[in-house]
Write a protein that binds this ligand. Sequence first.
Ligand code: GKR
Ligand code: MG
Length: 416
Amino acid sequence: MRITDVKITPIAVPDVPLANTKGVHQQVFLRAILELTTDTGLTGLSETYGATRTLTGLENVASTLEGLDPYDLSDLRRRVEAALPDVGGVNGPTALADHKLVDVVYGAFEIAMLDIRGKEVGRPLYDLLGGAVRKQIRFGGYLFYKFAKQDLTFGPDIMGEVMTPDALVGQARDFSDRYGFQSWKLKGGVLDPDLEVETMLKLREAFPDHPLRIDPMGAWTVSTAKRVVTQLDGVLEYLEDPCRGMEAMAALSAQIDMPLATNLVVVEFEQIIQAVKADAIQIILSDHHYWRGATGAIQLGAMCRAAGLGVSMHSNSHLGISLAAMCHVAAATPNLTYDCDTHYPWSTKDIVTGGRPQFQDGALPVPDGPGLGVELDHGAVADLHDLYNQAMVVDRDDTDEMLKYIPDYVRKVPRW
Ligand code: GKR
Ligand code: MG
């Protein structure tokens, strides 16, 4: 069985103004949809970032994939490295899509190859990753401070303005009613830390049994983070990326007992060793989109087990192919014991058939059809590709978007 054709379709998906340390989400988020076809008539699907650099990387590699055996992941890796010789690198200044390009592109094609293999042998993707240790995948509700959407050209708002602790608790109640989430993660680093602490305390009061996390994406100095930790002692299950950089995380970790998690300071296997030596973090967020695909994410789980670290799962804005892949990875990662992140409730569209998956008590069943277990809705892809052409957004720039809401906004990390 050989790859004969690769199709990459950039799409834009209506988004809402969710705030973070870098600014605010644009009117659309970008994804790339991959379809790999074989000489035996099978098609493998994948979904990844859709910004220019990723798209160019995907296209450069696509032209070298003809004749590739979907079972030969080493050959895929060789072809990706040969086509993208001068890229990669750790922790670039912008969105994740802009760094680790080799791993991102490899991961995107790997998922499609695994989908093909699952379809050929008639087994779900989790079976190719070692088997499912769980069939229900638990997700936490991902809460954001947000603005009311100003321009509805590309799609409606979800929930209007949420910029106070009470409004944020209202957002959690809404998500709880709709999806039954059993834990919450707040994207912090947006309001003054005292207001974010107040938000967490109010969430605790409203949801006494829900594990809580906050992720200010490096917005706090070590001393600010230490003050927050004291105020939220006993309230958080973990604190995600309070400070920017391994050194600052290690300095904080040395002074507190609360577990620290990251998707920013450890994004390469080599950094796990540094982080353990420095005792900088206790939990790593897995993500097949940039941890070298599904097999890389499984290896990350094994390394974390060996290193005595916990594993959680990171998310960026995504649709149903990524959601399915996240479920398969979570199903086959034994020590992924925390509820996974997902942005899924923040969009209303999808590009898979059968309607949007419905969370029950915050969980989704891992698809059990062959491969990823999802089929492409070609009409929906075409519509969102048209939106990509109309929206004229080709890169993620949350800071620029923020100027529409706060004209004198200046990005600053750390800010407090
Ligand atoms: O969607 O604004 C966002 C998030 O901030 C996202 O870009 C992050 O990658 O969710 C992510 C995180 O946990 O850092
Ligand atoms: Mg994070």
